[in-house]
Design a protein around this ligand. Sequence first.
Ligand SMILES: [Zn+2]
Length: 181
Amino acid sequence: MTTDPWAERVAAIHRELGVPADYAARTGLPLVREPETLVEVSPGRTQRRHWLEPYAAARWASMEAAAEGDGIRVVLVSAWRSVDYQRGLIERKLARGEAIEDILAVNAAPGYSEHHGGRAVDLGVPGAAPLTEAFEHTDAFTWLTRNAERFGFALSYPRQNAHGIVYEPWHWAIPMDTTVA
Ligand SMILES: [Zn+2]
């Protein structure tokens, strides 16, 4: 029995949703904690408001500006998301009759999404459907593969990733174990 309140809260949500007990072991995904502080990012540039933890917010702002300086428009589609948000997302899919195993191939279980930590962004380009594999054929994706590393961002879920998560060319994150200088 764990005495970590966060881990217990996540475990309780998993029991409610029917997430397999071996989920963490099977995917190799770490438990992600929500940050204490969040900063609004790209204010006024997107339809919805978005937040990241302070370090990632600064790095994202630099990367967004550098891309724009190179004539590349990268649109922030999603940034920080809470564990409760992830639970609601999965609950709605379950209510539509989707199987939990199928849902977990596309959505991380609550507590295991990189978005909870506030260091992950989903990116798109203006006028294109977001969160599709087609993003890999955009100039923005090419720019990111060449430049994101300079800002600490990496593609989290490449093709055939060890976590069993579908290929997500739009999802870039600063690894949670990156030390803030
Ligand atoms: Zn994502």
